[in-house]
Design a protein around this ligand. Structure first.
Ligand SMILES: Cc1cc2nc3c(=O)[nH]c(=O)nc-3n(C[C@H](O)[C@H](O)[C@H](O)COP(=O)(O)O)c2cc1C
Length: 160
């Protein structure tokens, strides 16, 4: 059974700025990603992000990667530059951003989930959600509702 991960109360860490910056991007895997390599990327990211006080969530399948990052704005943008340069994915597009008084994914340094092994209906709903957001010409607000829909999706997915 997948772990139930939502809802979570908004969290603030000691030393957090008044405004937590968050962004969400979508990208395309540049090749077939393997479960074990994603597990090890998740472990490495959780360690790095803890030091940077960056929290978030990543959902992936063979078509799309979506990642939400939240923390101090400069740290988040610096990490995003690194992630963007990573050749495991391509066509990265930040589709939503905003500032909030607290973290909405604060209990995770970085959690990865995959919809690859879900029923077709679930995979379609993931793709539909990502495509509807990633295709908008303007940058969206990363509202609580949008974060909640990705959290709900993560609840239903495997930890691989
Ligand atoms: C889809 C994707 C998401 C990633 N997310 C993170 C992340 O949240 N944190 C992180 O430190 N590295 C992440 N990485 C790895 C970085 O691109 C990079 O390899 C890593 O930060 C290397 O760190 P170092 O140069 O400090 O060793 C991600 C890579 C990919 C492909």
């Amino acid at each position: 059974m997948p772990t139930v991960v939502s809802p979570s109360p908004p969290l603030r860490f000691p030393g957090d700025p008044a405004e937590i910056f968050s962004l969400a991007y979508a990208s395309r895997p540049s090749r077939v990603l393997q479960g074990p390599e994603m597990q090890s990327l998740e472990r490495q990211s959780a360690i790095n992000n803890k030091v940077l006080k960056i929290t978030g969530l990543l959902i992936w399948d063979d078509e799309w990667i979506v990642q939400i990052l939240e923390g101090e704005e400069e740290e988040v943008r610096r990490l995003l530059e690194k992630i963007e340069a990573d050749d495991r994915h391509r066509d990265l597009r930040v589709f939503a951003e905003n500032f909030t008084p607290a973290r909405r994914l604060g209990e995770w340094n970085m959690v990865f989930r995959t919809v690859r092994y879900q029923a077709p209906k679930m995979r379609d709903s993931y793709r539909g959600l990502v495509e509807s957001l990633a295709d908008t010409p303007l940058k969206l607000e990363l509202s609580d509702d949008r974060v909640a829909s990705f959290r709900r999706m993560a609840d239903l997915c495997e930890a691989l």
